[in-house]
Design a protein around this ligand. Structure first.
Ligand code: HEM
Ligand SMILES: *[C@@H]1O[C@H](CO)[C@@H](O)[C@H](O)[C@H]1NC(C)=O
Ligand SMILES: *[C@@H]1O[C@H](CO)[C@@H](O)[C@H](O)[C@H]1NC(C)=O
Ligand SMILES: *[C@@H]1O[C@H](CO)[C@@H](O)[C@H](O)[C@H]1NC(C)=O
Length: 529
């Protein structure tokens, strides 16, 4: 090829490939640059790098939240710029946006590297979410006896407290075992839910998956399939889960074959059946054992740690504030006397609901909520633009602790005409644990359901802010949690050694877990006459 010819080709290449790429990059940077950065000025001047952000995430986010109320700012996270937003209007925009503009799945795929850890199918066709939303939730009343039975058995095995004797229980790990067992009694039933390897697997898988994702993020795409095998535990976890679940799944498939229908007699009413029911197309039946196993793992991953953290936070507050126990205990006892250990009884427990919601407002599961990947350049209703390829989230921890506005130092509720932040975004004395904050709100006319833990609430984001992706497991989680905390209230007295307070939580970047090594003292309450 002659030189001039090559130059022409080069020019065409530049014009058609590189120039548009450069222009897109420049336009993206211009849009990102228009969003103020927090964490590289003033008192945080030394914390500019993502690594430093890791240790000071909350302070940096709080700085942005106070400086730019109802607007956006960006922070350097290890996986790139995150844009954080606040205020009802911007949060509403996220709730309303569809997946082709702001994608929940893509944000998860990026943070958890699920394509390499869980395979593609669970992302491209995430029918396990529909299973959680519908059959899993609908069967709560029907399957409540199973939950209750497993809670009694699990506490009997894990917490062998006697009357008139305090024993010390390492809390978070014990709770994880109880929650893994209880949830899996509901998901896969006996005897698997009590198999110690299966119980541990469901605890370890989440940790291994997160660790694996951190490793994978550092490698280019073409190396990831290889790296996943050598540097992460994920394939080993999948193999372990398959060992436990494959015989059960194969047996169900055999029954379908034998009876020539998916509706065979005495079919168990559990997650395996619900997933198989939903997998009713040829496409979904391909590689069915792996598909069902990985979806059961995914559901456990969404369920076990979140529920365990919530339960532990609640127990820590209960142990630190023993005076709260009596009114809660009276409520639980009254509801159970009237309706037994049923879903209906759980629904009556308003004080317990409020206390659990409040303990999670105080600490919760992390600093951010409603994370989404921007798929196409996105313009918020207030005009703020965020370029494609950026992850955005709401600064939920700051929201949960939002008491007074920066404006003139006056409380926002006096100024809500001047600001776009509505009064319900404000918590009175947000740093105080007010156990019946939400149940007191519910006594108001017409607000009986509005402030319950599972409700969509503009000032509360434990389960997300609402919209299509708000946690579909929240009805299951809250019912299970009430049965768990209710069981503790009626059967044990709990406190910290030396009457201590709640031990400091463990923050790692924007995620938080309750203190992992602290113990709680348990003593059996005298059996009722
Ligand atoms: C206290 C316990 C729990 C907490 C705090 C929690 C929190 C969340 C949050 C914050 C989201 C994302 C919402 C969003 O970004 O809009 C979510 C999604 C999800 N959660 Fe939960 N969750 C809990 C328990 C559960 C349980 C028990 C299950 C299953 C039985 C579950 C299944 C899911 C699933 C499948 C999704 C993804 C939804 C989708 O793809 O649209 N969660 N959860
Ligand atoms: C998503 O929303 C945008 C505008 O908000 C609209 O143009 C687009 O058609 C929607 N896409 C889908 C798949 O609904
Ligand atoms: C597959 O199952 C879903 C949910 O159970 C149902 O809505 C749908 O109609 C079924 N489709 C077929 C082809 O049977
Ligand atoms: C957790 O609690 C234990 C005992 O209460 C304490 O020794 C430890 O320092 C705490 N851990 C963290 C990370 O705060």
């Amino acid at each position: 090829m002659s030189l001039p010819h090559l130059a022409t080709l080069g020019a065409i290449f530049l014009a058609t490939v590189l120039v548009p790429k450069f222009l897109r990059w420049r336009s993206r940077m211009a849009k990102l640059n228009a969003i103020p950065t927090v964490g590289n000025s003033g008192i945080f001047s030394s914390y500019t790098s993502a690594r430093k952000f890791q240790n000071h995430a909350l302070e940096i986010i709080q700085e942005g939240y106070e400086k730019y109320p109802g607007r956006a700012f960006k922070v350097p996270l290890p996986d790139g710029w995150h844009v954080l937003v606040s205020g009802k209007d911007m949060i509403d925009d996220i709730k309303k946006a569809n997946d082709s503009d702001l994608s929940f799945q893509e944000a998860i795929t990026e943070t958890l590297q699920t394509d390499y850890t869980m395979g593609l199918a669970a992302r491209i066709d995430p029918y396990q979410v529909d299973v959680v939303r519908t059959p899993l939730t609908r069967n709560l009343a029907a399957k409540f006896d199973d939950l209750r039975d497993e809670i009694q058995a699990a506490f009997g095995d894990e917490i062998s407290a006697k009357e008139s004797e305090w024993i010390k229980v390492p809390m978070l790990f014990t709770v994880m075992k109880i929650v893994s067992r209880t949830s899996n009694r509901y998901f896969v039933g006996l005897p698997l839910c009590r198999d110690s390897d299966y119980v541990r697997l469901n605890i370890e898988f989440t940790i291994d998956a997160f660790k694996g994702a951190t490793v994978l993020r550092h490698y280019p795409g073409f190396l990831k399939p290889l790296v996943r095998h050598f540097l992460t535990n994920v394939p080993a976890c999948v193999a372990r889960a398959t060992k436990h679940l494959e015989p059960v799944i194969r047996e169900r498939l055999r029954k379908e074959e034998e009876y020539g229908t998916t509706d065979w007699p005495d079919k168990p009413n559990d997650l395996i059946s619900w997933l198989l029911d939903e997998a009713n197309t040829t496409e979904r039946r391909k590689n069915i054992v792996f598909e069902i196993v990985s979806r059961i793992l995914l559901i456990n991953m969404a369920a076990i740690h979140t529920t365990s953290i919530t339960f532990t936070n609640t127990l820590y507050q209960l142990a630190a504030n023993p005076d709260i126990a009596q009114p809660l205990r009276e409520e639980v006892q009254a509801c159970v006397n009237e309706q037994g250990w049923t879903k209906a009884a759980m629904g009556q427990m308003r004080k317990l609901d409020s206390f659990m919601k409040e303990t999670q407002r105080i600490i919760g599961v992390g600093g951010l909520a409603s994370s989404r990947m921007v798929m196409k350049d996105f313009t918020f209703s207030n005009g703020i633009e965020v370029p494609a390829g950026t992850i955005l989230s709401s600064a939920s921890y700051s929201l949960h602790h939002d008491g007074v506005s920066g404006l003139l130092g006056l409380p926002i509720y006096d100024l809500n005409i001047l600001t776009s932040i509505p009064p319900q975004n404000v918590y009175e004395k947000p740093e105080d644990l007010d156990p019946f904050r939400f149940s007191n709100m519910r006594t108001k006319e017409g607000e009986g359901f509005k402030h319950q833990m599972v409700a969509q609430d503009p000032s509360y984001a434990l389960f997300g802010h609402g919209g299509k992706h708000m946690c579909p497991g929240r009805f299951f989680a809250v019912n299970e949690l009430k049965a768990l905390v209710g069981h503790v209230l009626l059967n044990y007295d709990i406190k910290f050694e030396n009457n201590g307070g709640v031990p400091p939580a463990h923050w790692d970047g924007v995620t938080v877990s309750p203190n992992r090594t602290a113990s709680v003292m348990f003593r059996k309450r005298p059996a009722k006459a």
